[in-house]
Design a protein around this ligand. Structure first.
Ligand code: GLU
Length: 431
């Protein structure tokens, strides 16, 4: 049992995540010879909101929490991006993650900008009713810094449909009765019964799988019998594993915050999911597999690695030991610039985060449209539309990387930045 006094050790990136995303950005900006004025604009985040707010705990004491929302850029439309509840949430992380959202939404061709935020908290230390009050109070404190046509949060690490339902309800309750329902699309990723769209739950993981499948088709690789490992067995890790397994691939290793497990004959996804649900969300002590050292995880013999947890996991410290041929980035920023250089030098390909995990925000866009238009979309429609958008994005990135002779991340960034550059050039700078 974790207590509030014994916090989990948090590994900080020495360099900082902003420095990392800016190196990725500048590499692509150099490649496309980005207009220097637009480079200046995109190098900074538009708004950075930090809120300290009090919440009454179950025992009657008051605790102070720190919440963040960083809005990077809105040249293409309202700010969009998740809210995460994790101890690593700070201003540096929120800024970097907001920037990745701008590139992600632009690459997918969505009418959105980029934002990210969250609360610096280990949610496992709080009861459900405490988490509800923390979420509602944070939403209230954010006030009109979020809004359905201004900045639209969504689930991220340790937040889910329930969190979104609380945010939507709190936000809508601050509006007059006659207009309340017009604000339902203030967040996406809501439960299906409360304005959510069918399929949003699996859209990120499905997208991760689909980009792997599209990569495999280009490379003439059959996924049947291929082995893969997954870091993080939350929403993204689970659904990506599920679809990979359906395709005939074999899950041989999983790592979460508490444990790392390996089984060369394969771990059954459904069985692990059932175990995790009854084990406080962790894979720890899952029978029928071998527990391995944390440091050995990425070096496991496998064909594909899906990092689907936090940023800065594949670095100069472990990249050289990786044996897989492909890294599919389900998480945001899991590979740092130094780690990537080693992977590329070793001929390991990377499907970059802003493409690989973009199924989530594409699903969010469909939910937003559904609410805005008073429609109800069905699962098959959602999946079909998601496939169409993702295929288009994937092909654009892949073709660009071949024709320009650059890695897939630089290709994805180049396409994303060019779309924003075009919008700025058409409009000019106010006043
Ligand atoms: N948190 C997800 C991401 O990083 C989803 C964001 C959204 O749907 O707005 O892409």
């Amino acid at each position: 049992m974790i207590t509030k006094d014994i916090q989990l050790p948090v590994k900080k990136n020495e360099k900082g995540m902003v420095a990392n995303v800016l190196e990725q950005f500048n590499k692509a900006a150099d490649h496309i010879n980005l207009n220097p004025n637009i480079r200046r604009i995109l190098n900074v985040t538009n708004n950075e909101i930090i809120i300290h707010f009090p919440v009454k705990m179950d025992n009657g004491d008051v605790e102070i929490f720190t919440g963040y929302r960083v809005q990077h850029n809105n040249a293409l439309g309202p700010y969009k991006g998740g809210l995460r509840y994790h101890e690593t949430v700070d201003i540096d992380a929120a800024k970097a993650l907001a920037m990745w959202m701008t590139w992600k939404t632009s690459l997918a061709g969505l009418p959105y900008g980029g934002a990210k935020g969250g609360i610096q908290i280990n949610p496992k230390l709080y009861s459900q009713s405490e988490l509800e009050r923390i979420t509602r109070r944070f939403t209230y404190a954010l006030g009109d810094n979020i809004g359905p046509e201004h900045d639209i949060p969504a689930p991220d690490v340790n937040t889910n449909a329930q969190t979104m339902a609380w945010i939507a309800d709190t936000y809508m309750s601050t509006k007059g009765p006659s207009e309340r329902s017009t604000y339902q699309h203030v967040v996406t990723g809501k439960p299906v019964g409360s304005g959510g769209i069918e399929g949003r739950d699996r859209s990120t993981g499905y997208g991760v799988f689909l980009t792997i499948k599209l990569w495999a088709e280009k490379r003439n690789v059959n996924l049947k019998g291929k082995t893969f490992i997954v870091q993080g067995f939350g929403n993204v890790g689970y659904w990506a594993s599920h679809f990979m397994e359906q395709e005939g691939a074999i899950l041989v290793g999983v790592q979460d915050a508490f444990s790392s497990i390996y089984k060369s004959e394969g771990i059954e996804v459904k069985q692990l999911q059932a175990y995790v649900t009854n084990n406080e969300g962790s894979i720890k002590n899952f029978a029928n597999s071998e527990a391995i050292e944390k440091e050995e995880f990425f070096a496991l013999a496998c064909d594909i690695i899906i990092p689907a947890a936090l940023g800065n996991q594949i670095t100069e410290h472990n990249a050289a030991s990786i044996k897989a041929n492909l890294i599919a980035e389900g998480a945001n920023g899991p590979t740092n610039v130094e780690g990537e250089a080693i992977l590329l030098a070793n001929g390991i390909e990377i499907i970059p985060d802003i493409l690989c995990n973009s199924g989530g925000v594409i699903g969010s866009y469909f939910e937003w449209l559904q609410n805005r238009n008073g429609e109800l979309w069905h699962m098959d429609e959602v999946i079909l539309k998601l496939e169409k958008v993702l295929k288009e994005s994937f092909n654009k990135v892949y073709d660009y990387s071949i024709s320009e002779g650059v890695d897939m991340r630089t290709a994805a960034f180049s396409i994303a930045i060019q779309r924003i550059e075009k919008a700025y050039i058409q409009r000019g700078i106010f006043p």
